[in-house]
Design a protein around this ligand. Structure first.
Ligand SMILES: NC(=O)c1ccc[n+]([C@@H]2O[C@H](COP(=O)([O-])OP(=O)(O)OC[C@H]3O[C@@H](n4cnc5c(N)ncnc54)[C@H](O)[C@@H]3O)[C@@H](O)[C@H]2O)c1
Length: 443
């Protein structure tokens, strides 16, 4: 069965979630293009989610996103719809594509809808018992040549495949958030994976115009393998800083150092909030269990989750409070776990901590400015040369952070998670929007 045939009937599980909804848009667009080419064939994209209420919102999201896809592809669509004399204006062509894409969508809560699917994307909650239960049901329901692509962030694929008895028909296809925008997909291929499935996943990546980076089947893979340990490093530093600067002070310092001194798109605690404090904890738990590594744990994270300080996003995309409190997606306060309340980032409090952190080294440019700068490489080199020499608390914390991040990345290669240093750098620069990979000559 070739790629086009497999794309005749597809299911997305967890379709109303952050990842599932994006995957649904990507696949609906490709299926709609196939439908234009083969108008007599039946195409079905089953959007399955346990939460019926959010499925309505999903359709509105898909409509807006498919419209954007169509607006960017009018030249292609004009030639694809060459036989349709009724489509003259660009608007008519865009509407026709949205209509075609919508006609193949089948939203619902019934897992049974996936019965005839040749490909199933699984993007439900990161819980191995729930994933195994749902995949087992599907294995009993679907034909024995159906391929399963899981978006799991941390659960080993071979382990899940064996538990569900999928006989090599499961592969890790780890899209990054949001899947519609993010170019990166980490592909985790267990040793038992079916050869045709491996070929299919490569071809699908090309069709979706994604950058595929291979990762070995070791819990956390590359992206979370680095992110979890990077986050734990920052938390460890906060523990050391809290005596002198209080816990909220330590969180503020490490968040600023990781964003400004390391020139990353956001501070580490803002990133943990973005992903979700509870999701961070959940991935740590899975990795600790599967790797047997007791260091993959944080008391601070556990306490925040206990207090229901989760972070994550609202359905409209705005940031919920976690380590930090947000107004218009900008941090305005830091959580004080002892008092159970947020401490406002007020002028005096901030100025006092900023003076302890010290000035940014000469040659500093914000991440956003460097992102599109053709001389970014030279500017980063000269900035980091100055960071090496700077005698401030911020520079010292940044140097230790850079060294730890590099060590984590190198360990991902030496322990066999990543096939090469380039692959680790590719995941961090593409998936996390870093300007430079963790394995660099800056430190
Ligand atoms: N959010 C991210 O940044 C990100 C990035 C990469 C991978 N992932 C992984 O993708 C998966 C989904 O994560 P998410 O962030 O989209 O979660 P989410 O909570 O936004 O969405 C999960 C969806 O699954 C649905 N669901 C739960 N149980 C179900 C079941 N039994 N059957 C059908 N639907 C069910 C929920 O109603 C929800 O709509 C997880 O495995 C996660 O680790 C997430």
């Amino acid at each position: 069965m070739n790629l086009d045939e497999r794309l005749e009937n597809v299911s997305v599980l967890g379709a109303a979630g952050k990842m599932g909804s994006g995957i649904a848009v990507l696949i609906a667009s490709e299926m709609a293009k196939l439908k234009i080419k083969n108008p007599d064939k039946l195409y079905r994209l089953n959007l399955i989610d346990v939460n019926e209420k959010v499925l309505d919102g999903l359709l509105a999201y898909i409509k807006a996103q498919i419209t954007k896809v169509a607006e960017k592809s009018t030249v292609f669509l004009r030639s694809a719809y060459a036989d349709r004399a009724d489509l003259v204006e660009n608007r008519e062509i865009i509407d026709a594509f949205v209509y075609d894409a919508f006609s193949l969508l089948r939203p619902g809560t019934d897992l049974g809808a996936a019965k005839n699917s040749k490909v199933v994307f699984e993007a439900i909650i990161e819980d191995e018992n729930i994933k195994a239960k749902v995949l087992t049901e599907l294995n009993n329901l679907c034909s024995k040549d159906t391929f399963f692509l899981t978006n799991t962030s941390s659960i080993p694929i071979g382990f899940l495949d064996k538990r569900v008895e999928l006989s090599g028909r499961l592969i890790g296809y780890h899209f990054y958030n949001p899947p519609v925008v993010q170019k990166l997909v980490e592909v985790i291929t267990p040793s038992t994976a079916n050869k045709e499935l491996i070929e299919f996943s490569t071809e699908l990546g090309k069709r979706l115009r994604k950058k595929l980076v291979p990762a070995n089947d070791i819990s956390g893979f590359i992206g979370n393998g680095h992110f979890m340990r990077d986050g734990l490093h920052a938390i460890g530093e906060v523990e050391k800083l809290k005596g002198e600067h209080s816990l909220p002070g330590g969180i503020y310092i490490m968040n600023r150092v990781s964003q400004d001194f390391l020139i990353r798109p956001m501070g580490i605690f803002q990133l943990i909030d973005y992903v979700g404090v509870d999701v961070f904890q959940c991935i740590l738990n899975v990795m600790r269990t599967h790797l047997g590594d007791e260091s993959l744990k944080s008391e601070l994270i556990d306490r925040l989750v206990e207090k229901k300080v989760f972070g994550g996003q609202r359905p409209d995309g705005s940031q919920k409070d976690g380590f930090l409190k947000y107004e218009k997606n900008r941090p305005v306060a830091v959580y004080d776990i002892e008092k159970g309340e947020y401490i406002a980032i007020e002028e005096n409090w901030k100025e006092n901590l900023d003076s302890k952190i010290g000035d940014l080294p000469e040659g500093f440019n914000p991440w956003k400015k460097l992102l599109t700068d053709p001389k970014k490489g030279d500017k980063l080199s000269s900035y980091f040369e100055n960071l090496k020499k700077a005698d401030t608390l911020g520079a010292e914390l940044a140097r230790t952070y850079l060294a730890r991040s590099k060590e984590i990345a190198k360990e991902l290669v030496s322990s066999g998670v990543a096939k090469s240093e380039d692959d680790v750098n590719a995941v961090l620069t593409n998936g996390f929007y870093w300007l430079y990979g963790p394995i660099n000559d800056y430190i």
